[in-house]
Structures are given as structure tokens and as C-alpha cells.
Write a protein that binds this ligand. Structure first.
Ligand code: AMP
Ligand code: GLY
Length: 420
């Protein structure tokens, strides 16, 4: 079968690597992919060009498409491909709204009693400004729509809250995403990412993960797309997992079905384990990045078989097995990211590397692979336990070389502390 993966980052490279193990797949395409994805044929069409991608998939007789990023999912790429007879992994437009609109997801949780932070929705700047005058601090202000993962502002003071409201609703720093805002209660507790396979009726959680969003060691510095991950997340105990399954995961897919928005694909639960139990911080309608880089390496079952079962509604009959052990992914970025940085430097990898190099911001230049972005690549390692996985990932980063490389040195440190 011919399978195409939409997207170009580390998440997509991990999916491609896993799919390349599947015997059923004869040819893999990455649209647009990146220069480090040697397992796939690169097709240079932007992920948001739905018409062109449909045309290519039809002409090339692609059998199955994995739509990995949020933008094309929210814009309806799965609907478009289905309408030309091509099966996909990923939710349709109606279901992708669970990530596409924070107002929708908060209202869904309220309606169905799914635990989340208390909140209000504002579509008028005067009401929002009036509210933040007396709101408890810190207060959390979120643009309604997609904002490249940057649509959340945590305001520590009244002035910061007012400025946040103005910059989102008046100055439109997140564009039309900020026409409506959610203002919500500030929660505290460790964060856990859980990705789950679902066909809309059955839901199978994957091994849990922990992201490290800040640029600098000790969770300092600016928010990034993620500087590293570990799995499993020690805060996600068996007891917590059971509560999440009963009170969050299953109620969410049932709620979506009841709303006529059956969700098929990978549903990502961003959770906070508060004193009052786990609560939903956000839903994503897709695999996480860089969570995928530690979750899929631990998947023992065939990814393509599971994806097709999600599409066909037969997930209840499908084996989804994870390996024991743990994984760690250390992101190697261009120094300066997420602000100004230089790239375009050759990347070399020693032949004896014992970890997987997952490319994200990379491009091909003749026989060379050059750095071409903020997050350049991830070094992902698995081992019998978390401590060994972290040590291995860090040891193997020394075998990857490019000028101007930057990484955090404490990926997994907090998780190890929690284990002890
Ligand atoms: P999001 O874009 O929704 O993932 O939010 C980005 C980050 O903001 C989350 O990973 C949390 O660390 C933080 N955050 C979001 N909502 C809240 C909240 N209600 N309370 C505390 N922190 C939050
Ligand atoms: N790592 C968080 C996300 O994928 O949104």
C-alpha cells in the first residue's frame, strides 16, 4: 500500500519511522516532510494546501493518508480526502474542533461534567476587562482558536491580565483566534500528556509522557514547542490512570459522539494532576510533539494496523501493546531558539550511535543534511528503566554534531526525582 504522512516535524518523522516497519506498506510519502526523512519520498506541497494534496493523492493512487498536524485537521483535510475516496488517520473537521476552539472544548467539558479549570468565555473586550479587575491571580487567558501553541498567557498581576486581554482581543496578536477568549482558573500540579488511539467508540491510551516546554534548564526561559520528553510519566500512576479513563477519556469520546462529532484518530489529553484529581488543561486532535518521539518507540504492535482499525471502527479487535521500559528524547535546537537563531549548518552523526535521530528542522543539500529551523532534531533512546533511557539519550547526543547546537541538560530530571 502507498501511504502518505502530512507534516514536516519530528512527530511526523517518528510516525514515518514506525510505519516503515509495517510489511503492508510498499511506499511512504512525506508531504512536505524534511530533508532528514530518508524513509520517505518527499513531496513539496504545504500542509495547508488541501486541494493540491488531494490532487496529488488521487493522481499518485495513495491508499491511506495520516494527517498529523492540527492546522490541516481543523481546516478539514480528512473530509476532503475522504470525499475523493481516500481513507485517513485523523479526525474530520467536525471532531477536530476539540482542539480548534477552546470555547467549544471548555463548553463540552462543562456540559458533560469532565473535570477542567473553572472558566468564563468573553467575546467582548469590555466585559473581559471588567472581569479581570477582580479575577483571582494568577489568571489564565487563552485565545479561542489555534495559535501555534502560543495562545495561552498566564498573568501574575491585574496589569498583566489587562494587557493580555488587550493584546489578544484588540491588537490581535494571535489573529482571528483572539476574537473570543477563555479566562480560566490557574491550576497547579504536575502535567501529564496522554495520547490515545480511538475509533470513536473504543479508546486505548498510549504510554504517558512528560514534555519540557521551557527553553532553559530548571524550566526557565521562554516557552518552546518542546525541548524534550520522557515516557512513561511517573506522576501518571495506576490510580490516576483509572480516574482519567473513567472520568475524562471515555466521557470525552462519548460526549463527542453525542454531539454528532465522533472523534477518530489520536486524541491528546493535556492533563494536570491537581490536589483535587486530574483535570484537563487542553485537548489536541493529533499526536503530540515531542511526545510522539518517546511514545511510538515504546509501541510494540504494528502502527499501521492500529491506525486502520481507528479508521474502520474496529479498534476493539486490535492489539495495542507497549513494551516495558522507558524512553527519553532530547531535542537539539539551534542556539537562540525560540527567538533569533542561525541555521544552515551540516549535521553529522557518528556511525555507532545507539539512539534514533529524529529530524525536525533539517533540509537536504546534495549529500549533506543541514540544520534548517529552531528545533533541528531529537535524539530518542529506549532502555529498561527511565534513568538508563535518560543517560543513553544524553550519551548519544554526543555523537550528533552541528554548529550552533543547543540542548537542555535536565530532560527527565524532574521525573527521576518523582520516582525516588
Ligand atoms: P496549552 O496551550 O493549553 O497547552 O497551555 C500551555 C501551558 O499553559 C500548559 O502546558 C500549562 O503549563 C499552562 N496552562 C494552561 N492552562 C492552565 C491553567 N488553567 N492553570 C495553570 N497552567 C495552565
Ligand atoms: N507537546 C505539546 C503538543 O504537542 O501540543
Amino acid at each position: 500500500m502507498k501511504v502518505a504522512v502530512i507534516g514536516s516535524g519530528g512527530r511526523e518523522h517518528t510516525i514515518i519511522k514506525k510505519l516503515s516497519e509495517s510489511k503492508e506498506i510498499t511506499q511512504l510519502y512525506a508531504i512536505p516532510g524534511n530533508g532528514g526523512m530518508s524513509e520517505a519520498t518527499l513531496v513539496p506541497i504545504p500542509v495547508t494546501d488541501i486541494d493540491k494534496i488531494c490532487e496529488f493523492a488521487k493522481n499518485e493512487k495513495i491508499d491511506y493518508v495520516v494527517v498529523a498536524p492540527d492546522d490541516p485537521l481543523v481546516a478539514g483535510m480528512v473530509d476532503a480526502l475522504n470525499s475523493v475516496g481516500i481513507d485517513c488517520f485523523g479526525p474530520d473537521k467536525k471532531a477536530a474542533i476539540i482542539e480548534g476552539s477552546k470555547v467549544f472544548s471548555k463548553d463540552l467539558m462543562k456540559k458533560y461534567g469532565i473535570p477542567t479549570a473553572a472558566y468564563g468565555v468573553y467575546n467582548n473586550i469590555d466585559d473581559a476587562l471588567e472581569y479581570v479587575k477582580t479575577a483571582p491571580l494568577p489568571t489564565v487567558i487563552k485565545a479561542d482558536g489555534l495559535a501555534l501553541g502560543k495562545g495561552v498567557i498566564i498573568a501574575e498581576t491585574k496589569e498583566e491580565a489587562e494587557n493580555a486581554v488587550r493584546s489578544i482581543m484588540e491588537d490581535k496578536i494571535f489573529g482571528a483566534s483572539g476574537n473570543n477568549i477563555v479566562i480560566e482558573e490557574f491550576l497547579t500540579g504536575p502535567e501529564v500528556s496522554v495520547l490515545a488511539f480511538t475509533d470513536g467508540k473504543t479508546l486505548v491510551p498510549m504510554v504517558s509522557a512528560m514534555d519540557h516546554k521551557r527553553a532553559k534548564d530548571g524550566d526557565k526561559g521562554l516557552n518552546t514547542g518542546g525541548m524534550g520528553t520522557i515516557a512513561p510519566n511517573p506522576y501518571y500512576t495506576e490510580d490516576v490512570a483509572k480516574v482519567c479513563m473513567d472520568e475524562i477519556f471515555i466521557p470525552t469520546i462519548r460526549a463527542m459522539e453525542k454531539e454528532g462529532r465522533t472523534f477518530k484518530g489520536c486524541l491528546f489529553f493535556g492533563l494536570m494532576i491537581t490536589e483535587n484529581g486530574p483535570k484537563v488543561i487542553e485537548y489536541n486532535c493529533r499526536f503530540g510533539d515531542p511526545e510522539t518521539q518517546v511514545v511510538l518507540p515504546l509501541l510494540e504492535s504494528d502502527l499501521f494496523t492500529i491506525m486502520k482499525a481507528c479508521t474502520n471502527g474496529t479498534l476493539d479487535k486490535c492489539e495495542v501493546k507497549f513494551k516495558d521500559g522507558a524512553a527519553c528524547c532530547v531535542v537539539m535546537a539551534s542556539n537562540g531558539y525560540p527567538e533569533k537563531y542561525q541555521s544552515g549548518f551540516p549535521i553529522t552523526v557518528d556511525g555507532d550511535i545507539e539512539a534514533t535521530v529524529i529530524y525536525a528542522g533539517a533540509k537536504k543539500d546534495g549529500d549533506n543534511i543541514l540544520s534548517a529551523g529552531g528545533r533541528v532534531l531529537g535524539v530518542s533512546a529506549t532502555a529498561g528503566d527511565l534513568k538508563s533511557a535518560i543517560e543513553k539519550a544524553y550519551k548519544e547526543t554526543q555523537k550528533v554534531h552541528f554548529e550552533n547546537a543547543y540542548k537542555r541538560n535536565d530532560i527527565g530530571a524532574r521525573a527521576l526525582k518523582a520516582l525516588n
